[in-house]
Design a protein around this ligand. Structure first.
Ligand code: GRF
Length: 217
């Protein structure tokens, strides 16, 4: 039996597409039960429709109070019986009702090598700092912004000719689309554990797991 998951998007949804493609492989342990967006025009919704995946839109303006927006998200997720939630370019902060409904079961992908450059515009922050290696991180979501324990990371070189778009594109296609499906597989296989006996919470992946990729070009 495959594990039902939700993917939450606000935009283009190339990570969603990578997750759709991976979960359509016959041996994949997860299936995307619903794609949820906060914007009716998010192209990710179209990707879901093309793949025959149910969609839902939860608008912030229908839920002006922050907690009630999260509760509406939780209701939509429960309706589809999902066990894991993947944020994939979802531009809303996750509040307590959602975190409490899916404890340690919400994943996010961020376009930087955390803990460096959390928040918006990770690739631009990396360029501005002059780092020579950039990348992406899949992490378990906690109450902070991009602060949750790390599941997998991928690195790419920063080239002298890079601008924000070229670097963001290299990060997306070079590593994001590789590490997110991999992390979802581990999640659905029940291999992700958050260990809290350290100074910080950490993720342990049971069994063999390549938790780091480097994409040279
Ligand atoms: C990605 O860079 C992801 O890391 C960030 O938002 C972007 C979403 O891109 N959280 P896409 O919609 O998956 O193409």
């Amino acid at each position: 039996m495959s594990v039902p998951v939700a993917v939450l998007v606000s935009g283009s949804g190339t990570n969603l597409q990578a997750l759709i493609d991976a979960t359509q492989e016959p041996d994949h342990p997860a299936r995307i039960a619903v794609v949820l967006a906060d914007r009716p025009k998010a192209f990710g919704l179209e990707r879901a429709r093309r793949a025959g995946i149910p969609t839902a839109v939860v608008l912030k303006r229908d839920h002006p109070v922050r907690a009630s927006y999260d509760e509406a998200l939780v209701a939509a997720l429960r309706e589809h019986g999902v066990e894991w939630v993947c944020l994939a370019g979802f531009m809303k902060l996750v509040g307590a009702p959602l975190l409490e409904a899916f404890p340690d079961r919400i994943l996010n992908i961020h376009p930087a090598l955390l803990p460096s450059f959390p928040g918006l515009h990770g690739p631009a922050q990396a360029l501005g700092y002059g780092v020579q290696i950039a990348g992406a991180t899949v992490h378990v979501v906690d109450a902070g912004t991009d602060t949750g324990p790390i599941v997998a990371q991928g690195a790419v070189p920063v080239l002298p000719s890079d601008d924000e778009d070229t670097l963001a594109g290299r990060i997306l296609s070079g590593v994001e689309h590789v590490i997110y499906p991999r992390a979802l597989r581990w999640a659905a296989e029940g291999r992700l554990r958050v260990v809290r006996d350290q100074p910080r919470a950490r993720v342990v992946v049971d069994g063999d797991a390549e938790r780091f990729v480097f994409a040279a070009g």
